[in-house]
Design a protein around this ligand. Structure first.
Ligand SMILES: NC(=O)c1ccc[n+]([C@@H]2O[C@H](COP(=O)([O-])OP(=O)(O)OC[C@H]3O[C@@H](n4cnc5c(N)ncnc54)[C@H](OP(=O)(O)O)[C@@H]3O)[C@@H](O)[C@H]2O)c1
Length: 284
């Protein structure tokens, strides 16, 4: 698979997001591990997890454990994780106090069976905690050798700038897909600073992903290129910016195998222009 640069690592141009394997509606452990292995066997070397990809607060680390149990500890395999959220009774809340970030970072090192995180993100700024305190703690963990590269998620351009006053940022992970481009300013900022922009929920998330199959333009392009509508979307995303790296999720090996193959797809400039203009789903 083609690759991208993440600090000192070469990583695949499409990653794999693990959330659907651990949140409510998740598959059994055997299918989850098969899906992760399928990603690896199809050339994906960049994996996305978080301490909170779980059912609730009693299940923290479920997703990290799955990755640790499924993937080889090869140097070319990069598992990025995050902290800064909490799951009380299964809800998603913010929790980026320096103490909890430190504890989560250390717990994740143990679960992932390593001494240093190659990439560790602040999952989201916490309105109850000054941003510089949260990100400052991650920067201290980096100075202590527990984190190699720092990342941010769910941030604005102003928050990216505030972070860069504290430490280097290797990756920013925001929601971005064909029908959701509100982070275009953050993408442009990342391009200007050569920061990797990791696009999460590239198909709109598990609840929305099936609507791509109903979209007439995607159907037409899929049939013209003998590809799936998902591959068309990923090919468009990768063509959008050399800094953009999508991380599709999946609960089925077939889905991630299909997504991984999008790296080979090249859309014509005319078709890319049609997709650029296609920012809301349409119906025939
Ligand atoms: N930083 C954050 O706050 C944040 C928030 C959300 C997500 N994320 C990350 O981003 C990752 C991806 O987002 P997501 O999982 O929410 O949503 P997504 O990637 O937009 O959609 C995942 C869904 O798309 C389906 N799918 C994927 N590839 C397919 C294919 N080639 N053909 C048919 N169906 C396909 C999967 O179906 P099947 O289940 O049938 O395989 C899965 O349910 C997450 O796993 C997580 O790592 C981060």
């Amino acid at each position: 698979m083609q690759d991208k640069q993440l600090g000192s690592y070469r990583i695949s141009a499409i990653g794999f997001g693990g959330a659907p394997l651990s949140v409510p509606g998740r598959p059994d452990r055997e299918r989850a591990m098969k899906t992760i292995k399928e990603a690896w066997e199809n050339g994906i070397t960049f994996f996305d997890t978080a301490d909170t990809y779980s059912l609730n607060e009693h299940d923290l680390g479920h997703n990290e454990q799955l990755f640790a149990d499924s993937l080889p500890s090869a140097p070319g395999c990069v598992i990025a994780t995050k902290s800064g959220l909490a799951r009380p009774d299964g809800a998603w809340t913010r929790s980026a106090h320096p103490r909890s970030l430190r504890a989560a970072c250390e717990r994740s090192l143990t679960l992932l069976r390593r001494d240093v995180h190659p990439l560790y993100y602040l999952h989201a700024p916490d309105p109850e905690v000054p941003f510089a305190e949260s990100f400052g703690e991650l920067s201290r963990l980096q100075e202590e050798g527990k984190i190699e590269h720092l990342g941010l998620s769910n941030v604005s351009v102003a928050e990216c700038e505030a972070a860069l006053d504290i430490a280097n940022v290797a990756a920013v992970q925001n929601r971005y897909h064909l029908f959701e481009r509100s982070s275009s300013d953050v993408l442009a900022f990342c391009e200007s600073r050569r920061i990797l922009f990791v696009a999460y929920s590239p198909f709109g998330g598990p609840g929305q992903s099936s609507r791509l199959r109903q979209d007439p333009l995607l159907q037409d392009l899929a049939s013209a290129y003998e590809a799936s509508p998902y591959q068309i979307v990923l090919a468009w995303m990768m063509a959008r910016s050399p800094q953009l790296l999508p991380i599709p999720g999946a609960t089925r090996p077939d889905s991630i195998r299909d997504s991984a193959q999008a790296v080979r797809l090249r859309l014509s400039s005319e078709d890319l222009a049609k997709l650029d203009a296609h920012d809301t789903p349409s119906a025939r």
